[in-house]
Design a protein around this ligand. Sequence first.
Ligand code: AP5
Length: 249
Amino acid sequence: MDKLLESIDLILQCTTSQRNNPGAVLLLGAPGVGKGTQADLQARLWDIPKISTGEILRTNVASRTALGLQADRIMKSGGLVPDQIVTEMVTNRLEFSDTVTGFILDGFPRNIRQAQWLDQYLCTHRKGEIPAIVYMCMDYGQILQRVAYRRVCPLCKTVYNTLFMPPKQIGRCDKDNHELEQRSDDTVEVLEERLRVFRRETEPLVQYYRDHSNVIEIDAGQSSSLVTKDIVSGLTEFRSALGNGSLNK
Ligand code: AP5
């Protein structure tokens, strides 16, 4: 809790333009490192929307839309949904006016093609804005525990962990008392495939972004509030370096 207050303090210390305009933020990291958890917290702290491609896809799967039916099998196998589907989803969401001062992308881009598409999008729609790249790293050993014990509220999408971030009442959401569920891709077999896909498709993105800009590396194995604080510090430093032209490119 103290660390969360420190994070808020850090934001309050930002210049008005930084605070009001945190810009585009991309959260990269392996499955289960805590991207969704931090996307929620950072979105609330900076007052910008989070855009989670995984969550949008799961909502489509649950409502059995045409897109959901197409994505369901791929997600259950641990693979990546075709780029065209995902970029269209992201384009549609970025058109909302709440993204003007900034947004957090959770789980996008996932490969070099998606990153190149995003570069082009930022160039044509956001005056070539340079996004902040937050890379959340953690030992693969810790990932299994995070994923195996994850439970999600299907109604409000709040994410819990029965070991590390348990709900107040076993099996029930703190916010709406709905029964918590396990994601269908949170099995050991599917996780192994998701990790293989991550190493092959997504990890090369870190070097891609290192070549273009700065990458903010975060130790995601710490407690959630320490991770939150480190991301806030990283974003604050990044924006001020960008503002005074000292970004190491
Ligand atoms: P997506 O939902 O994005 O899955 P992911 O990237 O595999 O990430 P996860 O949601 O599993 O983990 P997370 O990092 O968000 O961790 P969380 O915060 O939940 O994508 C799912 C699927 O959709 C993909 O496999 C693919 O098929 C498709 N897809 C999505 N985007 C796509 C794209 N761009 N292109 C193509 N296909 C796409 O935390 C994990 C657990 O740890 C929770 O239980 C949480 O409570 C706990 N926890 C979090 N932080 C901490 C902490 N600091 N300490 C202790 N516990 C913690």
